[in-house]
Design a protein around this ligand. Sequence first.
Ligand code: ASP
Ligand code: MG
Length: 412
Amino acid sequence: MALIVQKFGGTSVADVDRIRHVAQRVVDTQKAGNDVVVVVSAMAGETDRLVGLTRSFGAEANPREYDVVVSTGEQQTIGLLAMAIQELGVPARSFTGSQVRIHTDEAHARARIASIDTERIRKELARGWVVVVPGFQGIDSEGDITTLGRGGSDTSAVAVAAALGADVCEILTDVAGVFTSDPNVVPNARKLDRISYEEMLEMASLGAKVLQIRSVKFGKRYGIPIHVRSTFSTDEGTWVVPEDEIMESLVVSGVTYNRNEAKVTMFGVPDRPGVATQVFAPISEAGVVIDMIVQNVSTQGLTDITFTVPRGDLEKALPIVRGVADEIGAAGVTQDSSIAKVSVVGLGMRDHAGVAGQMFRALAEEGINIQMISTSEIKISVVIEEKYTELACRTLHDAFGLGLDELATAEP
Ligand code: ASP
Ligand code: MG
């Protein structure tokens, strides 16, 4: 008998019919001889609606009350799902984040999970009940309601699985698994059977939306296998597992893109110690997160610094950057929001030379100019003109053989 945590996302519990479908799935899992803890999101669109309501009182509505309001979406679905399971003749109980003591820090709207008391959950499981708990919500040390940030139910689910030492955390969603690329952009993208936590972390931070990045970190730290699969089919999805369980690693397992960044260049920057802090400290103090940074070799004591920021933060960052440019005597500042970051990710890159060369050649053959490059051990990202996003993804997907029937694997 296994202990399985099943998490259902917003589209899986979007209405009463779907909640009934989810209930059947949970009951089938339990009847197959497993203990089941279910973690649910709010019904699709509900959290957006609740956030909208709080905005009636200003964009910066009181964070404590914001959490009181937006956490209610999950409270609806836990109760409804418990009813639907009971309707099938199986005992089930819902508990709020406070009842099962999902402890978080005090950071309202972006709280981090500190610990979960499993006593109550275990007690109910031992009685043969299905336990249904809400994603996204917790309580702080005062007992006040907190929420984990948008998309946080994935993290709740993996954290619950880790706290219980579950055999698997299933993330049931509206897609069949983790794909080699976004199927909307790359028509021959394929579902991966397995992917390592490391690759999934890179892919999630590079724009693949299937899992919240914090959930992958939890899975990795506690060694919880995460099985991403469809709510609407019983097919196997994608297993996110430790690296040593990947028998044959692909040189490249995924191609991702991100069109949410903008590029800023400060040119003619005096090249002396301390300049980088002068430029970047005020930007990060304003809460703007910088992604890629490139600095040129200086000629005649002057250099250029180019970096990317979230597109939505460009307006906030520009006046700061211009102010700093004046202060340090830089020649000027330019910006470009029509860019995209396209990346290839793969464990096999570690021991295969030439991946970068192959990537750049494939892009060059399509006439796509590379504006910036950044790399990590298992990832290469380039910034290109936004209008080439789809072409670049398809080109790289083909270049690394991801669309073929037999995925090209690296030698073990
Ligand atoms: N309901 C929350 C949201 O929409 C949390 C989640 O679904 O993961 O962001
Ligand atoms: Mg989600």
